[in-house]
Each structure stands twice: as structure tokens, then as C-alpha cells.
Design a protein around this ligand. Structure first.
Ligand SMILES: Nc1ncnc2c1ncn2[C@@H]1O[C@H](COP(=O)(O)OP(=O)(O)OP(=O)(O)O)[C@@H](O)[C@H]1O
Length: 219
């Protein structure tokens, strides 16, 4: 079972804003422990999605480091060890439910693992819907496909960017509980951006991104 911790250390990210450079993350320190949901909250524009992008290796910070189990995040690490879940499940409309999962095996250059795909679909409550077209699924069912797809590569880290934003509150809670149980059972670290603090339980960790965060020593 994986037990890798995600650690962002002294991460600074700035973007060009007209003539100026604007600092979005300022010496940010962040940890997501294996086997727990770590909710990332904060005002709109505070840098939550930027934090996730650094954790995924999609943005290289101006300074500071992002590591998973002590290994710097990179494109290879993302492909092999990180699963991503998005607000709109980012599924391919031409593919049926099972093929949404198998396409990730193609991307990894390995033989499609139909049995693993079907087991994961059963785990997320979609047994019997393997051959269904995407347009015939509800929003909650699509997010379950997104979760199953994120688990295809046996990730050590799952990064979720507001995956329940388009769902009603009861479906949102169901999806979060599903993900919580999966990360606990499998020892996966999980960073989960949300605006909805009612999703957070006492089994979870919470990290607040504020506009002026600093390294603890400087705070
Ligand atoms: N590629 C980019 N180029 C320039 N500015 C950017 C870029 N990405 C993000 N920003 C700016 O960085 C700030 C933080 O954006 P980010 O999307 O991380 O915030 P957020 O907390 O996720 O916001 P929201 O809750 O509204 O989704 C915003 O002011 C945004 O405009």
C-alpha cells in the first residue's frame, strides 16, 4: 500500500499581470498526508488551483519544491503516481464508461486492463453501466467515472479540483464519502479544492490558502 506524503515547501508562484508580476503563492508550505482527504479552501483567486497545479507538476514554481514521497513531481511522476479529478469530469463523449478508464492504459503504453476497469467501476457503484454512453449518465455518475479513472494507475496521490461543484449537496456528500473511503483504504494522499465547507468531516485535514500566506517562521 502506498504511503507517500505530498509536500510543498516554500513554494512561490507569480504571474505576469500587465506590466507587473503578481505573487499568488508566497513561500507556501503545504502537506497532504497519505490515507486522508486534505481539503484546500480559501477565497476565490487566493491560489487554490495554482497550488494543485504545482502539486501536479503542471506549474514549476519560481522557487520552492513539490515532492511526493520525497521525489520531486514531474511529468513522469504525474503519469505514474498521480490521479486527477476535475469539476467537469473531463470525459471523452465518444467513449463508453469502461473505455474512459481504458484510455488511461493506452496513454501509459500498457495493455488495456478490462478486469481492473470493471472492478473499479464496481467499487464506485457503476457495475452494470460499463457499456453505457456518457450522455446517458447523470452528473454524479460522471464524477464516479472520473474517480474510477483517476484510480486506474494505482495513484499515490489524487488531486481533485472542485469535483462536486456541479452537484446538489446530497450527491456531493456521497461523492466525497466515496473518495474518503477509497483514500483511507488505499493509503492515498488527496488534495481536494472546494468552496463548500459542509463537505469537510472530522476525519479530514483542512488547509486554508490566504492571499498573504507566509512560511511559518515569517508569519
Ligand atoms: N496562468 C495564469 N496567468 C496569469 N494569472 C493567473 C494564471 N493562473 C492563475 N492566475 C491568477 O492567479 C490567481 C489565483 O488563481 P487560482 O485559479 O489559483 O485561484 P483559486 O483560489 O483557485 O480561485 P477560484 O476559487 O476562483 O477558482 C488569480 O488572481 C488568477 O487570476
Amino acid at each position: 500500500m502506498p504511503t507517500s506524503k505530498l509536500e510543498l515547501t516554500d513554494v512561490t508562484v507569480s504571474f505576469q499581470d500587465g506590466q507587473e508580476r503578481r505573487t499568488v503563492l508566497d513561500k507556501l508550505n503545504f502537506t497532504a498526508e497519505p490515507g486522508r482527504l486534505t481539503f484546500i479552501v480559501g477565497e476565490s483567486g487566493s491560489g487554490k488551483s495554482t497550488l494543485l497545479s504545482v502539486a501536479a507538476g503542471l506549474i514549476t514554481p519560481d522557487s520552492g519544491t513539490a515532492t511526493l514521497g520525497g521525489v520531486p513531481v514531474s511529468n513522469d511522476l504525474r503519469r505514474d503516481k498521480i490521479g486527477m479529478i476535475f469539476q467537469q469530469a473531463n470525459l471523452i463523449s465518444a467513449l463508453n464508461v469502461r473505455d474512459q478508464l481504458l484510455v488511461t492504459d493506452h496513454i501509459r503504453g500498457i495493455k488495456p486492463r478490462k478486469q481492473r476497469a470493471d472492478e473499479l467501476l464496481e467499487t464506485v457503484g457503476l457495475a452494470g453501466l460499463e457499456n453505457r454512453d456518457m450522455h446517458a449518465l447523470s452528473g454524479g455518475q460522471r464524477q464516479r467515472v472520473g474517480i474510477a479513472r483517476a484510480l486506474m494507475g494505482e495513484p499515490e496521490l489524487v488531486l481533485a479540483d472542485e469535483p462536486t461543484a456541479a452537484l446538489d449537496s446530497s450527491r456531493s456528500r456521497d461523492i466525497v464519502e466515496l473518495l474518503r473511503n477509497l483514500v483511507e483504504d488505499r493509503g492515498i494522499a488527496c488534495g481536494f479544492v472546494t468552496h463548500d465547507q459542509s463537505l469537510i468531516s472530522d476525519r479530514d485535514d483542512v488547509f486554508v490558502v490566504s492571499e498573504h500566506q507566509k512560511a511559518p517562521a515569517l508569519a
